[in-house]
Design a protein around this ligand. Structure first.
Ligand SMILES: C[S@@+](CC[C@H](N)C(=O)[O-])C[C@H]1O[C@@H](n2cnc3c(N)ncnc32)[C@H](O)[C@@H]1O
Length: 493
């Protein structure tokens, strides 16, 4: 812990963070210029109502979202960017029952505090842990999983990533106009639709960000207006880019507010000329008032409309709307562990629930008797069927539908499953699914999750109903953010 004199902020509300090195060379928001967003930003403390008061607090721990916990006048405060053991001044505002606290300045900083490498870090909110060094991030994630999994056993050490940047194979960028009516593109500031103009996100694939910069420049020359959510005018809402990290294939999806795309051919030609590495370009039409990025309608403007990538030694075709794990380096480790936990001998019937484009199903099918994949998203199911053909796999079948209903029907028919692999969305599974697993009595369940909180809830149900946890492996799939993946093996007692 570094002690320093209380250094008062000139601008209340601006965060000032100091670490070991920073103590020797004090600076506020080092490398963080204040940027004007599309709609302008209000001070968060006053935005949350009530008059903001300054309080001095000591951080006692972290929430599961990586925020510092501190007590103040009997209230529990949750303060973004504050670390355990740190003493700090915070701005506290109260509205009814709701208390909001924002870091004003760190008075005594943790030895694990670092200057965040991203210049947009404090505005963006997409990453929450860049002010911690890698060891502290790893420790935080390990402890998060250890605490949640305590009733079930001791998790293995988390699998970390050697280069915890540039990993995202998918990125979305939104567009708007600044006060000078120039086109800006970037990510939304935390909890808002204010665009932070940015040219690089350190966890995105660098090539994807380069392409976005080109598109931003082309919007001016093609007189393409960004969509304005308030007026409903304008054309380009977002750009979604998917990169096949192994294949090098790149998909660019121009999400437009209307299906009419003036100058489409010239735009596509110019974009391809600037980036010959792009293998497919699509126009997605989203004309609804929604915060969802993609609309229903899709037109292929160039290429085959999908990209192909390699994972676990197999080739996978990926559509714009299908789920594909965003960190392929860590996904290899996650899948290897999941397949090891499934203990396949070559004879088993495996259900891969919430199977996406069939990645786990097809990798597992090489070691199983047969695999049944079920998935809600119809594009993903179409990809999964294509993927089984492309890889010459004959013992995998894919079904489109709700996994819970599918399992209820399987249990009602008295079907057999030796192993169930499940990888639900962040909300976890549901009782229809879990109760059917219990009825189907698979010998093993392998539960992959990107949200150990809902995973722990679902494990409780399975453990109460005849299963025992026999292995827990956390994986750092989302470095720099508070998110953590975990895979758990359950065996029937
Ligand atoms: C975390 S992803 C996992 C996908 C796949 N296992 C993988 O590793 O790529 C969760 C998947 O569940 C699908 N999904 C969401 N709700 C579902 C439901 N009720 N029934 C079946 N699939 C669902 C989503 O479309 C998504 O593809």
């Amino acid at each position: 812990m570094n002690k320093r004199k209380n250094h008062k902020s000139k601008n209340a509300g601006k965060k000032q963070h100091r670490s070991d090195k920073q103590n020797r060379k004090p600076h506020a928001l080092e490398g963080h210029q204040k940027r004007s967003s599309a709609k302008g930003k209000a001070n968060n403390a006053s935005k949350h109502g009530g008059k903001a008061v300054t309080a001095e607090v000591t951080c006692s721990g972290l929430t599961s979202e990586g925020k510092g916990i501190a007590q103040w006048k009997g209230e529990r405060l949750e303060i973004a960017h504050l670390m355990p053991g740190e003493k700090a001044e915070v701005l506290v505002s109260k509205k009814g029952q709701f208390v909001h606290a924002e870091l004003k300045q760190v008075i005594e900083s943790s030895k694990d505090r670092v200057a965040p490498p991203c210049p947009y870090y404090y505005e963006c909110g997409g990453c929450q842990l860049q002010h911690m060094n890698q060891q502290a991030q790893t420790r935080f994630k390990q402890e998060t999983v250890d605490v949640l999994m305590k009733p079930f056993g001791k998790p293995e050490p988390i699998m970390t990533m050697d280069h915890p940047y540039d990993y995202r194979n998918k990125s979305h960028t939104s567009f708007g106009l600044n006060q000078q009516r120039q086109v800006i593109g970037g990510l939304y500031a935390q909890n808002t639709h204010d665009i932070i103009p940015m040219d690089r996100c350190l966890i995105h694939d660098p090539k994807a960000d380069e392409i976005v910069q080109t598109i931003k420049g082309m919007m001016k020359s093609f007189k393409m207006q960004p969509y304005n959510e308030d007026t409903g005018r304008g054309f380009l809402r977002h750009v979604l880019i998917k990169v096949g990290k192994v294949s090098g294939e790149i998909m660019v999806v121009l999400v437009a507010a209307s299906s009419e795309f003036k100058g489409k051919n010239n735009f596509v030609k110019a974009l391809r000329q600037a980036h010959p590495e792009i293998t497919t370009i699509l126009q997605n039409v989203n004309n609804r008032k929604t915060s969802m990025v993609l609309g229903e309608q899709e037109k292929v403007l160039f290429g085959k409309g999908t990209i192909t990538d390699t994972l676990g030694g197999l080739k996978f075709e990926i559509s714009a709307k299908s789920f594909y794990q965003i960190n392929p380096v860590q996904t290899e480790k996650l899948y290897t562990k999941a397949i090891e936990m499934a203990e396949l001998s070559g004879k088993e019937t495996v259900v891969d629930a919430y199977c996406g484009i069939g990645t786990i199903s097809l990798i597992a099918s090489q070691k199983a008797g047969k695999v049944i994949g079920v998935e809600l998203n119809k594009d993903a199911v179409r990809d999964a069927i294509r993927n089984s053909k492309r890889n010459g796999i004959k013992n995998a079948r894919f079904y489109q539908g709700d996994a819970g209903k599918f399992m209820v029907d399987m249990a009602a028919r008295g079907d057999k499953a030796d192993v169930v692999i499940m990888d639900p969305p962040r909300t976890g599974s549901d009782e229809a699914f879990l109760s059917s697993v219990v009825k189907l009595k698979p010998k093993r369940v392998v539960y992959v999750s990107c949200n150990p909180e809902t995973q722990a809830r679902d494990l409780k149900y399975l453990v109460k109903n005849g299963y025992k946890v026999d292995g827990i492996q956390p994986v750092d799939m989302f470095p720099q953010t508070y998110h953590v993946e975990s895979v758990v093996k359950l065996v029937r007692e």
